[in-house]
Write a protein that binds this ligand. Structure first.
Ligand code: ATP
Ligand code: MG
Length: 447
């Protein structure tokens, strides 16, 4: 059998079928099974309307997830399973969702409303694959192709424009030529789509193995919801370290970093400000002084517009702002960087620097060896539990007060100075030595 239906899901199919309804698993789970991947979740579709589904599955807890759209969630064993009635989406007048959903008893009609042929596959528990639109061939050919006329399908629901790119990137599939044309021509349909939905698809696109290719081929589409990138397109850098224009460099760095949303977003946005900071020295060499700060300002705007959560937006913006921060294997400098960024973000910054290097001239590759050296020094500092934050300092506010520092702001200021002294190697992180240092410092100041 090509599709291994989990027992919980199979028992739902069995009950529906034994009660005279048609039922199957459909969409992503069939697609992923045929690709030899483990499906994330299993969607059941059936000719039973929700009331009928609830009646025959009354032995299980059932939640009314979206009755109007025909969806109930059945709680069986470990995984909740969505069971949706076969439906026909009526006319679309807003480019987002059907005006009205009607139920149908026919699987074929349900499959015909689905977006891409590879997502319009169904599988019945008897072992029958239902493939009305050539989805299996497209899987074999690694193609994203609309079910039906691409132009019509994209005008019905603009999100499909971006979903096509997401599937192309995540599965590393090409896009069939008619579908590709439909995507370019209907990119403005994305204007009417909720930013949250755009964000969700875009992040998945960005984290897919085909991100570089998709963003290169469909930059006009990405610029529809992130217009800030357009200034980077074909913007030459005129710099011996940079054989690529700003956009091409950006794409190379995106695919050079691991597929983690924060890291991929940081690479995607890290040089956004470059076109606004361009200067040339007399010999014609290009420079981009201050571009990291400008990029961070633009990144913040982009992330806010796409409704990223605050934590993600702040972290990505910080990494973009600091992507050029001088780093070295010198322990004193690294302790300062740890103090500024914290361990997690400093580790991220090292990955960003490696990816940035991979997007530059191959002559600069020895920089990767330096980055490895910096990482080794970082590991040593952390393994030795060296002090780089107030939390690690061997004295606290109470110790200072007992030693005669007046309560209030002076305590915080003194702690800050002591931490600086420890980070810079001017004082060991030992309580007596630190108190002594504080006394001497004070004495020095008074004399
Ligand atoms: P994954 O869960 O891995 O993202 P999936 O194919 O399950 O992939 P979902 O977004 O969960 O994607 O959608 C489930 C199914 O519903 C799809 O396979 C597709 O058949 C259909 N579908 C989802 N969104 C749309 C849409 N905007 N237009 C048409 N059909 C859609
Ligand atoms: Mg799914």
């Amino acid at each position: 059998m090509i599709v291994k239906i989990p027992p919980e899901v199979d028992s739902i199919l069995q009950i529906l079928t034994e009660n005279g309804f048609d039922a199957c698993v459909v969409g992503g789970c069939v697609r992923d099974s045929l690709l030899g991947k483990k499906p994330k979740d299993w969607d059941v579709a059936t000719s039973a309307v929700p009331q009928e589904t609830k009646r025959v599955l009354s032995g299980f807890p059932v939640i009314d997830t979206g009755l109007k759209h025909g969806t109930v969630t059945v709680l069986t064993g470990a995984l909740p399973v969505e069971v949706t009635t076969y439906r026909i989406d009526g006319t679309y007048s807003d480019g987002r969702r059907p005006d009205r959903v009607t139920f149908t008893r026919l699987l074929r009609e349900d499959l015909s409303r689905r977006d891409f042929t590879i997502n319009a596959l169904a599988f019945r528990r008897a072992g029958e694959l239902v493939d009305e639109f050539g989805g299996r061939d497209d899987l074999a050919a690694r193609l994203v192709r609309c079910v039906g006329d691409p132009d019509r399908r994209f005008r019905e629901d603009g999100l499909r424009v971006l979903r096509a790119l997401r599937f192309s990137s995540v599965l590393d599939f090409s896009i069939e030529s008619g579908t590709a044309r439909g995507i370019h021509e209907n990119r403005s349909m994305l204007d009417g789509i909720a930013k949250e939905r755009i964000r969700a698809e875009f992040v998945r696109l960005l984290c897919g193995p085909g991100a570089q290719r998709v963003l290169r081929d469909y930059r006009d589409v990405a610029a529809r919801f992130i217009p800030e990138i357009a200034a980077s397109f074909d913007f030459p850098q005129n710099n011996p370290h940079h054989p690529y224009d700003v956009w091409e460099h950006t794409l190379k760095t995106v695919s050079a970093i691991e597929p983690d949303p924060v890291l991929r977003l940081a690479m995607f946005l890290h040089d956004l400000g470059k076109p606004y900071c361009y200067t040339e020295s007399p010999d014609g060499t290009g420079h981009f002084y201050g571009h990291a700060v400008k990029s961070a300002l633009l990144a913040e705007k982009v992330l806010r517009r796409l409704r990223f959560n605050r934590k993600t937006a702040e972290t990505v913006t910080l990494l973009v702002r600091r992507h050029d921060l001088p780093l070295s294997a010198d322990e004193k400098i690294l302790r300062r960087r740890l103090n500024l960024l914290g361990e997690t973000n400093l580790r991220r910054l090292l990955k960003i620097r490696a990816a940035d290097t991979l997007g530059k001239s191959t002559a600069d590759r020895e920089r990767l060896v330096q980055i490895d050296g910096i990482r080794a020094a970082l590991e040593r500092i952390l393994a030795e539990r060296q002090c780089f934050s107030l939390r690690d300092l061997a004295v606290g506010g109470r110790d200072l007060i007992s030693a005669g520092v007046p309560e209030g702001a002076e305590v915080g200021r003194t702690l800050g100075r002591l931490l600086r002294a420890v980070i810079d190697g001017e004082c060991p992180n030992e309580k007596e030595k630190l108190l002594e240092y504080a006394r001497l410092e004070k004495g020095g100041k008074n004399s």
